[in-house]
Ligand binder design. Structure first.
Ligand code: ADP
Ligand code: 3PG
Ligand code: MG
Length: 428
């Protein structure tokens, strides 16, 4: 349940509104926006505000320019995209405080939109500086927080600002917090969690939390490699984190303990797709360190060569294998609710033909299982910057129940941490 005031609970008619969005979107070398989900998801709040004829000033950060104006982190391209999405003009001003902004805000009419330049061009933003916040506060009569992706930071535009203006939530923030907390606190069971991506240390809190609440937890991606090493498997040159091995052992022990006392499955991949380079044309082979089936089939009618069950010293596991993907898909089909965070392999490597690269197959199988291609469609909650980026690239954001715009913010919320940018808003 969302306990903060939203734009539904305050009088906004003809007011000046300062809205915080998270328009920290990926840009290519030419500065073109490569994924605009965070922008499209802010549109419902903007439309609701414009219906009240507000003068709307929007602020955001982009990237980590560390307090210095940096052209490649300018929000100008965002104003262009937002204007296309809204079908109306979005003005832009080259700073977020100072005389140019003052003039632009002064000239703004009811129903017009002004986007400010990157907040992080000023070091005071990340310092949660009160003076900087009071300068920002001049641009509105009321503050609307809708940047879910950044509310885990206590910065001037998420925390200090709320000491200067009445502060409420926008629709995106409300929907994210409501959906994620409902799934974590009161899931329809069975609850399955599929966790992948890069590092255990990034997701240790959420892993621990999921082992606590879920009925089925499966690990993929490079994160699985660290678990495999902890279990004594050879992973060759695969990406894994030496420093996370202790965490991996602790988690394995916790999972084992839980399965002794309850119906609980903790699943690690039993096969992988390996190659000696990340190149899309690199030749791949399957290795099944636990299943033995691939090796049997590949060498039938002879006895399997032991190399088919072991990753060679110069090889890397770049995706989980077909058995593991199918097992996870089966787990997903038995669940009523699925939390998915982190890709199963290196989804960034492009294909020679078509959109799905050589190390994205397991992630694709998982997506099919989640979106009902195999008959059952569980409630799906998806998060993670790279994971959501891949789903966007596949144009599938609409195929899941909730695709979070937050990376770190969604992980922290799922792990049960307080979000300073939400705590600071007015209680309802
Ligand atoms: P998210 O941003 O979705 O939370 P992470 O940042 O934790 O996900 O991890 C995503 C990254 O993990 C991707 O860049 C992907 O290439 C990488 N990855 C997944 N599996 C592997 C693997 N087997 N080897 C190397 N990198 C991997
Ligand atoms: C994100 O992309 O996770 C948010 O925009 C926050 O950005 P940050 O990690 O640079 O604070
Ligand atoms: Mg990531």
């Amino acid at each position: 349940m969302f306990t903060k005031k939203t734009i539904r609970d305050v009088d906004l008619q003809d007011k000046r509104v300062l809205m915080r969005a998270d328009y920290n979107v990926p840009l290519d070398d030419q500065g073109a926006i490569t994924a605009d989900y965070r922008i499209t998801q802010s549109v419902p709040t903007i439309k609701a505000l414009l219906e009240k004829n507000v003068r709307l000033v929007i602020c955001s950060h982009l990237g980590r320019p560390d307090g210095t104006p940096t052209p490649k982190y300018s929000l100008r391209p965002i104003a262009v995209r937002l204007s296309e999405l809204l079908g109306r003009d979005v003005q832009f001003v080259d700073d977020c405080i100072g005389p140019n902004v003052e003039k632009a805000v002064h000239d703004l009419q009811g129903g017009q939109i002004l986007l400010l330049e990157n907040l992080r061009f000023h070091p005071e933003e990340e310092q949660n500086d009160d003076g900087f916040a009071s300068q920002l506060a001049q641009w509105g009569d009321i503050f609307v927080q809708d940047g879910f992706g950044v509310v885990h930071r206590a910065h001037a535009s998420t925390d200090a600002i709320t000491h200067h203006l009445p502060s409420v939530a926008g629709y995106l923030l409300e929907k994210e917090v409501d959906t994620i907390t409902n799934v974590m606190d009161n899931p329809q069971r069975p609850l399955a969690a599929i966790v992948g991506g890069a590092k255990i240390s990034d997701k240790i809190d959420i892993l621990n939390k999921l082992i606590g609440i879920a009925d089925f937890v499966a690990v993929g991606g490079a994160m699985a490699n660290t678990f495999l090493v902890a279990k004594g498997h050879k992973v060759g040159k695969s990406k894994y984190e030496e420093s996370d091995l202790g965490m991996a052992r602790d988690i394995l022990a916790r999972a084992e303990e839980k399965s002794k006392h309850s119906r609980f499955v903790f699943y690690l991949p039993q096969d992988g797709v390996v190659a000696t380079s990340l190149d899309k044309t690199a030749s791949t082979r399957l290795v099944d360190w636990d299943a033995d089936l691939i090796s049997e089939v590949q060498s039938y009618p002879k006895a399997p060569d032991p190399t088919t069950q072991q990753v060679a010293d110069n090889e890397m596991i770049l995706d989980i294998g077909p058995f593991s993907a199918a097992f996870m898909a089966g787990g997903v089909q038995l669940a009523s609710t699925v939390i998915w965070n982190g890709t199963m392999g290196v989804t960034e490597t492009p294909a020679v033909h078509g959109p799905v690269g050589p190390f994205a197959h397991a992630t694709e199988v998982l997506i099919e299982a989640l979106t009902g291609e195999f008959g059952v469609r569980p409630f799906s909650l998806v998060g993670g910057g790279d994971t959501v980026g891949y789903i966007e690239q596949r144009k599938l954001t609409g195929a899941f129940n909730h695709v979070s715009t937050g990376g770190g913010a969604s992980l922290e919320l799922m792990a049960g941490r307080r979000l300073p940018g939400v705590d600071a808003l007015q209680d309802n």
